[in-house]
Design a protein. Sequence first.
Length: 301
Amino acid sequence: MVGRIGRIGLLTLVIAGLIPSIAPAQAASWQAGVDSAIGRKGAAQPDSSYKFSLPRSDLSVTIGAVGLKPALALGSWVAFLPTGPSQSIAMGDLVLTENEIGGVMKALQAGGVEQTALHNHLRGESPHVMYMHIMARGNPVTIARTIHTALAGTATPMMAAPAAASPAAIGLDTAGIAKALGHSGKLNGIVYQVSVPRAEVINMGGITIPPSMGLATAINIQPTSAGRAVATGDFVLLASEVNPVLRALQSNGIDVTAIHSHMLDESPHLFFMHFWGNDDALKIARGLRAALDATHSAPPR
């Protein structure tokens, strides 16, 4: 049943009485247990996942003269999707320093949380950071405890920081960027974040995986000065789209920093192309739009 949910969401099926095992009160109890295990509150997503953001605000990472905000490229996250009574699938992406990788991998494996990829997303950053993609199935609280134990061996801040006041000015023409991209986003501090889902339904092991679990093209734009910005993120691509998107990015002065997989047995199989742009913000946005136009992305909502 869960594998046929798609984008109509679990809530619709609960209301229809097709999944009585995850009624609202039960879901709240499940979420509270996972909150307690992780050590902070997650956020319910419109597509039915329950997601935790774990920004690496402890790190000071630079590329050239640019200091990277956590929201630009240093955001660990974990998301849970209920699949039955006291069962879920969990996926995530952990930002780690070189000396943290071994201990985290060992702790995750001991608790039954698998690694599906370990690689770079950026190039030329200092200090070097790696990205560990994870997946697990089972009791969500047990999974969450394992992830907490693994991250406790790193410097990842586990307690949520107080919400920062919105800056009076950020130096980005967000309306212009949204128009150029054809998709609007939201501000996270001074970083403008845009998420563009794919048009296909993505399945893994008989379960439909929603876009919020890492299956939407992510575009993050951070202002630098005088209308300029840096941009990074990743395009979620079918094999046939990899080289057209690469050419679109290169022809618009945007570097491709990595091409790889994040998962093991999804269908259709996806590739993730990470990029880096440092230029006029609207020029970058137009280049990213050219790349988006070479994908089978969902239309703007």
